[in-house]
Design a protein around this ligand. Sequence first.
Ligand SMILES: C[S@@+](CC[C@H](N)C(=O)[O-])C[C@H]1O[C@@H](n2cnc3c(N)ncnc32)[C@H](O)[C@@H]1O
Length: 252
Amino acid sequence: MPDQRTPRVRRNREYDPFADLYNRFWGTEYRSCALPVVERLLLSRVKPGSTILDVCCGTGHFSKDLLEQGYTVSGIDASSQMIRHAKRNAKGGKFTTADVRDFNLNQRFHAAFCVFESLNHIPDTEGLTQAFRAVRRHLKSKAPFLFDLVGPATYRRNWNTTHAIVADDLVCGIRMDFEESTGTATCDVTVMEHPPAWTRRDFTVQQHCHDRADVVASLEEAGFKDLTLYAARDMGMPASFGTDRTFYLVNA
Ligand SMILES: C[S@@+](CC[C@H](N)C(=O)[O-])C[C@H]1O[C@@H](n2cnc3c(N)ncnc32)[C@H](O)[C@@H]1O
């Protein structure tokens, strides 16, 4: 039965204009560092053939790996354009455009994960609690949920900078800024693309720091148990991705 409730949140569509670039230039480097962590902390606890929910699945690169390992994978993401790529990249997965704070797939999974700091896109603790509640509703009893969040040292290290991408068909400028007082990290992107004629697009993606105490309280409020924290550096991730990144593992 489709969910007939009125959505409680405005779906975060900010990755829609980013999706083609993300699919082409982002994500795969992170995946190669983080997949061993997901395998060690999560997949070691669920047999191939089990059902896994890829929360904020983006372009589906993790889903593809899990499908190849024999898992049955569903993914949700708030961006319909990221989901469009996921459907192409991870054939055999089932993908739905939905906000993590308010979704209903009418299914309970053996495990769920949410990586590449996707939950840092949620701006407030209330939203985190909504997201945790929604994920927990989709898990079987005692099923594990793994996610990562980054903290201020990541933003200080990686987000006070500019980048450029130059390819035959596009030039992309990325200006990143971390506002320490609000804990908000902003990435302003300008893309010039052709053909047919060079055209300009501008868009912004934001992330937010969450205090660990608030995250733990939100998890408890949503009913998750048995929290274990893992520092990404201790799990072998390089400084570029591992600085101030924490993996949270909980059970429903
Ligand atoms: C950095 S990307 C990570 C994508 C994927 N997990 C990966 O590892 O490649 C963050 C993703 O979170 C999604 N996202 C952000 N806010 C969301 C929300 N409120 N609900 C669902 N997805 C969201 C974005 O659309 C984007 O695809």
